[in-house]
Design a protein around this ligand. Structure first.
Ligand code: EPU
Length: 484
């Protein structure tokens, strides 16, 4: 299926590669350019990675230091924000994970130029949306990454129209996007839903008053972006307060948007006529940091995380302290030391600053090794306990009752063949394998690759025994034997 204009190019920076009209000090000279062509037949998941598995031998403490990557969930809306201007937006600290590649492909399919940094600048991307021709997010992309819907608001705001596939259900819950749609209607967009697509149009959006029925992270981001170019003032209430929302507001403000209150429940946006280019550094990934902290605690390691922001991890740190863990924090690093006696502590997932649903699965693995019974309540998504069943296969004692999981520790974990169902469930299985007795084989690691940058290299670097293998294809058995 053809998704893109004739020459879908992603370019690495070159001397004259940025577009005229760029503002500020963000046009740094770069020496060489390289053009990468995207193979749109492999637009979703490269088939080879579909077969990848991790083989993990448990028992090694994680010791040393790990550098935390940029936050996937901050990078995705930031990339969508580039649609709002015809000038280049330069984003730094972009994680090299599959969801980011999907978003690059999506932007390119609309006619954007996306330049990738390389070498020391490999986490930088420059996006220019001066020639957007095709304001569409096709089903083939949206079905692999729901966050593709983040382009809806920016496209209507800048281009006056958007055609975005309905995302459909997902492994962790129904996850509708009705609140994005209702919000756009409040800003004056006309919405049509047919053939599995949402078609939104508006000559120019106008400011409005939006009270979210429910707190939604990408919904807040989508509508905040839309409102930046609307005529007049928009007031949004019951907004998400996640650090990723605040980071997006910081980027939009650098682009010329007038936003107040990001990080609180009420955000006010004064619409402007035009936004301009900007340079922005994405915040560190709090969930990657939390995942490594949990792994370090469980393995009895001594791990320092650098390039992270512990102030975004308050609820997790407090809960770990309650469970008997000692964590030392500095403004951009944190250290977990060994020798903790884990005690059961209950968690309930909540919107930020509550305990993050994206850390619930990893915490469940930790609870299997704590003394006593932990009750884990999942409030955000209705089906986010798939990992529990795999953990039980590894020896955990977990009973799922609706939105609650009752974890009775401390049960030894033993290796097994397990499979990932979603991104954070995969992380919980990786952590479980690090403390399990024997060699665990984890299947469908493409889920891990969506959101964790080089996880096996990072883990190996601090002492884990982990390797990635491709599936052994039955080809050899069926191919005619070669006679010498
Ligand atoms: N919801 C609705 N209608 C909507 C939008 C949301 O009913 O229009 C419901 C959802 O079904 C859910 C709740 O509201 O029950 C919260 O969903 P939210 O919209 O906040 O989730 P999201 O924006 O789709 C982001 C992250 C998720 C993270 C959640 C919650 C990104 C790209 N994704 O999703 O991250 O779990 O917020 O914090 O930011 C992950 O990284 O593994 C991940 C799933």
């Amino acid at each position: 299926m053809k998704l893109v204009p004739k020459s879908p190019n992603v370019r690495t920076p070159g001397p004259a590669s940025l577009l005229p009209g760029a503002v500020g000090d963000f046009r740094k000279p770069v020496s060489r350019s390289r053009t990468i062509r995207i193979d749109f037949r492999n637009i979703a998941i490269a088939p080879e990675s579909l077969m990848d598995k991790f083989v993990i031998r448990g028992g090694n403490p994680l010791v040393g230091s790990v550098r935390i990557s940029g936050a996937k969930n901050a990078a995705l809306p930031a990339m969508a924000a580039a649609i709002l201007t015809d000038e280049p937006v330069i984003l730094e600290n972009i994680p090299d994970v599959r969801d980011i590649q999907t978003e690059r492909n999506l932007l390119v399919s609309m006619g954007a130029e996306v330049e990738l940094g390389y070498g020391r600048a490999s986490h930088r991307t420059t996006i220019s949306c001066s020639k957007l021709a095709n304001p569409e997010a096709a089903y083939e992309l949206v079905k692999t990454m729901r966050a593709s819907t983040l382009v809806l608001g920016p496209l209507v705001a800048r281009m006056g129209r958007a055609r975005v596939s309905q995302p459909g259900g997902c492994a962790i819950g129904a996850r509708p996007i009705d609140l994005h749609i209702k919000g756009l209607e409040r800003l004056g967009a006309t919405i049509k839903q047919e053939h599995g697509y949402i078609e939104a149009s508006a000559e120019r959006l106008r400011g409005g008053h939006i009270i979210f029925d429910k707190i939604t992270v990408t919904g807040t981001e989508d509508l905040m972006m839309a409102a930046t170019l609307a005529q007049g003032e928009t007031i949004m209430e019951n907004c998400a307060r996640e650090p990723e929302v605040t980071d997006l507001a910081a980027l939009l403000t650098k682009m010329g948007a007038r936003i107040e209150g990001a990080g609180t429940h009420t955000i006010r946006i004064q619409g402007v006529e035009k936004l301009h280019g900007a340079r922005h550094r994405i915040i560190p990934d709090r969930i990657e940091a939390g995942t490594f902290v949990t792994a370090a605690v469980l393995t009895g390691g001594d791990l320092t995380l650098t390039n992270c922001d512990p102030s975004h991890l308050g609820a997790l740190i407090q809960k770990l302290e309650e469970a008997g863990v000692r964590i030392r924090t500095a403004p951009d690093s944190m250290r977990v030391t060994n020798g903790h006696q884990l005690i059961a502590a209950d968690i309930t997932t909540e919107e930020y600053p509550g305990f993050p649903t994206d850390m619930q699965a990893q915490y469940m693995t930790l609870a299997t090794q704590a003394q006593g019974t932990s009750i884990i309540t999942e409030n955000i998504f209705e089906n986010r306990f798939m990992h529990a069943h795999e953990l039980v296969r590894m020896g955990a004692n977990i009973k799922v009752e609706g939105r609650r999981a009752i974890v009775r520790g401390k049960t030894p974990l033993s290796s097994a063949a397990v499979q990932c169902s979603d991104l954070r469930a995969s992380a919980s299985l990786v952590i479980a394998a690090l403390v399990a007795d024997g060699e665990t084989i984890i299947d469908r690691v493409y889920h891990v690759d969506r959101g964790y940058e080089r996880i096996e290299e990072k883990l190996k670097g601090v002492g884990a025994q982990i390797r990635r293998i491709g599936e052994i294809l039955p080809k050899r058995a069926t191919a005619p034997s070669v006679v010498a």
